[in-house]
Design a protein around this ligand. Structure first.
Ligand SMILES: [Zn+2]
Length: 84
């Protein structure tokens, strides 16, 4: 994804653009862990892992830093096997 630049409000809020939230399955209203790395980078991690395909928080596993639920794993496997 191309870098996105956003201005922080005076109260410290930053809005994550809708296209980024849609692409990565990030719903509003969830809790996030905020960490500041030694080099000053700030990292946001979902406190509740969600499936990037359907948005559920049920039976989600993290693969390559993104969540996928058991149901979507089955759908993805079927799509790969049957070309859908
Ligand atoms: Zn899913």
């Amino acid at each position: 994804m191309a870098d996105v630049y956003k201005k922080m409000s005076k109260s410290g809020a930053i809005t994550i653009p809708k296209h980024v939230r849609t692409q990565y399955g990030i719903p509003g209203g969830d809790a996030y862990k905020i960490s500041v790395k030694d080099d000053g980078d700030i990292v946001l991690q979902p406190h509740t892992p969600r499936c990037i395909f359907c948005g559920t928080a049920e039976h989600v596993t993290i693969m390559n830093g993104r969540g996928i639920c058991a149901e979507c794993v089955v759908k993805a496997k079927e799509a790969l096997l049957h070309g859908e």
